[in-house]
Design a protein around this ligand. Sequence first.
Ligand code: SF4
Length: 194
Amino acid sequence: MKDSTITRLIYFLKKENSTNLLPIIEKIIDNKRINIEEGLSLFNTNSLALLSCLATIVRQKKNGNNVYYIKNVHIEPTNICAFNCKFCSYSQSKKQWDLTLEEIIEKIKTISNDITEIHITGGVHPEKDLNYYINLALEIKKSFKNIHLKAYSVVELDYVFKKEKINYKKGIQLLKDAGVDSIPGGGQKYSMIT
Ligand code: SF4
């Protein structure tokens, strides 16, 4: 481990008055698995700097200085949303958009030769149903068979599954069958507009 990383770690520990976390940190440095209670203690520190320092230690141990990335296209079908999360620029945008399926396919076409992933997240449109999400995935996979489709945030899925009164397992299976390969994280319900 680099000396500068250790110095930063000690600095953040003292600054945040988090020396009680030392036993957990020693386990991480020694490549030992932490348990759920220890994970929760880290979660509750509120020190992003300390956590990022620990994450850097683990990353450097696993991958050294190698960095991996993918090239993707990010599609946001709509910014119309049933929610109003504080940090979201959508909810503050005055200009609303709602792309058609054709517009989405056209956007992807322009760079499809140069990407390995299509990433789709958008607002939680209150009028869209599960069929909309399924059809979008089917149409995209029909046109771009070999590109990984990472689509729909958990907030969108949670909303539409509840609306359709189906459980998560069934809903996720329907989307997988339609061609969704994985889902992104992110999104937070702050307060309802509608
Ligand atoms: S649910 Fe997503 S799109 Fe809607 S306000 Fe929250 S972050 Fe923004």
